[in-house]
Write a protein that binds this ligand. Structure first.
Ligand SMILES: [Zn+2]
Length: 177
Protein backbone atom coordinates (compact mmCIF):
# COMPACT_ATOMS: atom_id res chain seq x y z
CA UNK A 1 0.00 0.00 0.00
CA UNK A 2 1.31 3.43 -0.84
CA UNK A 3 0.39 6.67 0.90
CA UNK A 4 0.37 10.32 -0.08
CA UNK A 5 0.13 13.56 1.84
CA UNK A 6 -1.23 16.85 0.55
CA UNK A 7 -1.42 20.38 1.90
CA UNK A 8 -3.81 23.14 0.85
CA UNK A 9 -4.06 26.80 1.81
CA UNK A 10 -6.52 29.53 0.90
CA UNK A 11 -7.69 32.95 2.02
CA UNK A 12 -10.68 35.15 1.20
CA UNK A 13 -11.68 38.63 2.26
CA UNK A 14 -14.90 39.22 4.21
CA UNK A 15 -17.57 41.18 2.39
CA UNK A 16 -20.70 42.71 3.92
CA UNK A 17 -24.06 41.27 2.95
CA UNK A 18 -23.03 38.09 1.11
CA UNK A 19 -23.83 34.60 2.46
CA UNK A 20 -21.07 32.95 4.51
CA UNK A 21 -20.33 29.39 3.39
CA UNK A 22 -17.52 27.45 5.11
CA UNK A 23 -16.91 23.74 4.58
CA UNK A 24 -20.08 23.47 2.49
CA UNK A 25 -22.17 24.75 5.43
CA UNK A 26 -24.01 28.08 5.41
CA UNK A 27 -23.30 30.03 8.63
CA UNK A 28 -25.26 32.99 9.98
CA UNK A 29 -23.05 36.07 9.87
CA UNK A 30 -23.13 39.70 8.81
CA UNK A 31 -20.35 39.13 6.28
CA UNK A 32 -19.63 36.41 3.75
CA UNK A 33 -16.47 35.73 1.78
CA UNK A 34 -15.72 37.53 -1.45
CA UNK A 35 -14.52 35.43 -4.35
CA UNK A 36 -15.24 34.36 -7.87
CA UNK A 37 -17.12 31.29 -6.60
CA UNK A 38 -19.11 31.10 -3.33
CA UNK A 39 -15.81 31.92 -1.53
CA UNK A 40 -15.76 28.71 0.52
CA UNK A 41 -12.22 29.10 1.82
CA UNK A 42 -12.21 25.71 3.55
CA UNK A 43 -13.40 23.65 0.59
CA UNK A 44 -10.84 25.43 -1.60
CA UNK A 45 -8.01 24.50 0.80
CA UNK A 46 -9.26 20.88 0.90
CA UNK A 47 -9.49 20.78 -2.91
CA UNK A 48 -5.87 21.95 -3.21
CA UNK A 49 -4.73 19.44 -0.57
CA UNK A 50 -6.34 16.55 -2.50
CA UNK A 51 -4.94 17.68 -5.85
CA UNK A 52 -1.54 18.33 -4.31
CA UNK A 53 -1.41 14.82 -2.83
CA UNK A 54 -1.62 13.28 -6.31
CA UNK A 55 0.44 16.05 -7.97
CA UNK A 56 -2.52 17.03 -10.15
CA UNK A 57 -2.03 20.79 -10.00
CA UNK A 58 -4.40 23.03 -8.07
CA UNK A 59 -7.94 24.35 -8.11
CA UNK A 60 -7.07 26.93 -10.79
CA UNK A 61 -5.82 24.16 -13.11
CA UNK A 62 -9.33 22.74 -13.34
CA UNK A 63 -11.43 25.83 -12.66
CA UNK A 64 -9.68 28.99 -13.95
CA UNK A 65 -11.09 32.17 -12.28
CA UNK A 66 -11.20 33.69 -15.79
CA UNK A 67 -13.93 31.19 -16.74
CA UNK A 68 -17.36 32.80 -16.22
CA UNK A 69 -18.95 29.38 -15.59
CA UNK A 70 -17.53 29.34 -12.04
CA UNK A 71 -18.89 32.75 -11.02
CA UNK A 72 -20.84 32.20 -7.79
CA UNK A 73 -20.32 28.43 -8.16
CA UNK A 74 -20.95 25.99 -5.31
CA UNK A 75 -17.42 24.97 -4.25
CA UNK A 76 -18.63 21.39 -3.72
CA UNK A 77 -18.19 21.08 -7.52
CA UNK A 78 -14.45 21.81 -7.15
CA UNK A 79 -14.05 19.32 -4.32
CA UNK A 80 -15.90 16.61 -6.23
CA UNK A 81 -13.54 17.07 -9.20
CA UNK A 82 -10.54 16.73 -6.85
CA UNK A 83 -12.07 13.52 -5.42
CA UNK A 84 -12.44 12.24 -9.00
CA UNK A 85 -8.77 13.04 -9.67
CA UNK A 86 -7.51 11.14 -6.62
CA UNK A 87 -9.69 8.15 -7.56
CA UNK A 88 -8.30 8.19 -11.10
CA UNK A 89 -4.82 8.14 -9.53
CA UNK A 90 -5.90 5.09 -7.46
CA UNK A 91 -6.19 6.72 -4.04
CA UNK A 92 -8.77 7.35 -1.32
CA UNK A 93 -8.80 9.62 1.74
CA UNK A 94 -7.61 8.26 5.10
CA UNK A 95 -8.02 11.42 7.22
CA UNK A 96 -7.89 15.18 7.09
CA UNK A 97 -6.83 17.87 9.53
CA UNK A 98 -7.80 21.50 9.04
CA UNK A 99 -7.18 24.86 10.69
CA UNK A 100 -9.37 27.90 10.12
CA UNK A 101 -8.04 31.33 11.07
CA UNK A 102 -10.70 34.00 11.40
CA UNK A 103 -11.84 36.67 13.85
CA UNK A 104 -15.56 35.83 13.54
CA UNK A 105 -17.91 34.03 13.61
CA UNK A 106 -17.03 31.45 16.26
CA UNK A 107 -16.54 28.04 14.64
CA UNK A 108 -16.84 25.82 17.73
CA UNK A 109 -20.69 25.87 17.77
CA UNK A 110 -20.68 24.71 14.12
CA UNK A 111 -17.71 22.33 14.28
CA UNK A 112 -19.76 19.10 14.37
CA UNK A 113 -21.83 20.16 11.38
CA UNK A 114 -18.69 21.10 9.44
CA UNK A 115 -17.00 17.79 10.30
CA UNK A 116 -20.04 15.81 9.19
CA UNK A 117 -20.27 17.67 5.87
CA UNK A 118 -16.56 17.39 5.11
CA UNK A 119 -16.62 13.68 6.04
CA UNK A 120 -19.51 13.11 3.66
CA UNK A 121 -17.73 14.90 0.81
CA UNK A 122 -14.46 13.00 1.39
CA UNK A 123 -16.24 9.63 1.86
CA UNK A 124 -14.77 9.10 5.35
CA UNK A 125 -16.23 9.03 8.87
CA UNK A 126 -16.38 12.23 11.00
CA UNK A 127 -13.83 10.83 13.47
CA UNK A 128 -11.29 11.10 10.61
CA UNK A 129 -11.95 14.82 10.20
CA UNK A 130 -10.06 17.24 12.42
CA UNK A 131 -11.06 20.89 12.56
CA UNK A 132 -9.53 23.65 14.64
CA UNK A 133 -10.25 27.36 14.63
CA UNK A 134 -7.92 30.14 15.69
CA UNK A 135 -8.28 33.90 15.87
CA UNK A 136 -5.73 35.88 13.86
CA UNK A 137 -3.86 37.28 16.87
CA UNK A 138 -1.32 39.85 15.79
CA UNK A 139 -1.46 39.08 12.10
CA UNK A 140 -3.68 42.01 11.10
CA UNK A 141 -5.94 39.73 9.06
CA UNK A 142 -9.24 40.34 10.91
CA UNK A 143 -10.98 41.02 7.60
CA UNK A 144 -10.00 37.68 6.07
CA UNK A 145 -10.73 34.00 6.55
CA UNK A 146 -7.73 31.71 6.12
CA UNK A 147 -7.81 27.92 5.86
CA UNK A 148 -5.14 25.23 5.96
CA UNK A 149 -5.84 21.57 5.20
CA UNK A 150 -3.58 18.51 5.38
CA UNK A 151 -4.89 15.30 3.90
CA UNK A 152 -3.55 11.73 3.96
CA UNK A 153 -4.38 9.33 1.11
CA UNK A 154 -3.84 5.60 0.73
CA UNK A 155 -3.83 3.55 -2.45
CA UNK A 156 -7.09 1.72 -3.09
CA UNK A 157 -6.47 -2.05 -2.64
CA UNK A 158 -6.71 -4.00 -5.91
CA UNK A 159 -9.44 -6.30 -4.59
CA UNK A 160 -11.66 -3.26 -3.89
CA UNK A 161 -11.19 -2.08 -7.46
CA UNK A 162 -12.06 -5.53 -8.81
CA UNK A 163 -15.23 -5.71 -6.70
CA UNK A 164 -16.33 -2.34 -8.03
CA UNK A 165 -15.66 -3.19 -11.66
CA UNK A 166 -15.55 -6.92 -12.36
CA UNK A 167 -15.08 -6.17 -16.05
CA UNK A 168 -11.44 -5.49 -15.22
CA UNK A 169 -10.92 -9.18 -14.40
CA UNK A 170 -11.81 -10.25 -17.93
CA UNK A 171 -9.35 -8.02 -19.76
CA UNK A 172 -6.93 -10.17 -21.71
CA UNK A 173 -8.40 -13.48 -20.51
CA UNK A 174 -10.71 -14.21 -23.39
CA UNK A 175 -8.87 -14.45 -26.69
CA UNK A 176 -11.68 -16.13 -28.69
CA UNK A 177 -13.52 -13.10 -30.02
ZN1 LIG B 1 -10.57 30.29 -2.62
Amino acid sequence: MSMRIGHGYDSHEFKLGVPLVIGGVKLEHTHGLAGHSDGDVLLHAITDALLGAVAAGDIGTFFPPSDKRWKGADSVIFLEEAMRQIEIAGFRVVNIDMTLILAAPKIVPHAEKLRARVAELLKIIPSCVGIKAKTPEGTGTDNAAIAHAVVLLESIPLETLLEEDEACVCVGEDEDF
